[in-house]
Design a protein. Sequence first.
Length: 182
Amino acid sequence: MMRRLAPLIAGLMAALIGFWLVLNWVPGFIMDKAMARVETAAGINTVWHGPPTSEASRNVVRPSPDIIYSICAFDLSEGPVVLNVPWPEDGSYASVSFYDANTNNFSVINDQDVEGEANSQIHLNRLAITPPGGISPVAWSRSQIVSPTRTGLALYRRVVMGDTSVEEADAGRRAFSCEVTG
């Protein structure tokens, strides 16, 4: 009987270890690679403005030529990071998505959320990971996003619409910046 159960137990243990690795190790590994690419391109707490896509672009399988991207790899160990976000005034859509060190999308803000607040500032402030018994972070507001991890990515997207040219939209999104304030 035990000879029949041993392979079953070994298989179950291997499945559990594999499951744990996929849930706990793989996301961090993926984000480390993404952060390293952004850091190589622009550095930490600095924005990298991706070039507008074209029919020759293949970083994404089928990129959209109507969306332009900028990305900031942030590290909150030196203090809060301030993002200056240019919201389009031509009715185009823009958003900033925030990803933690484990690839979790923990917040998204778009131009509709901050209607009438052109060039508003979004503060990544007060790290949400605190030691046991530590002070809990301040609740979300339009001017503050609480990151659950010390490092992560802020991805700015702008959709080019209507009479706005890609060049005009690209010039506008280059006002997107991030810097340490502390």
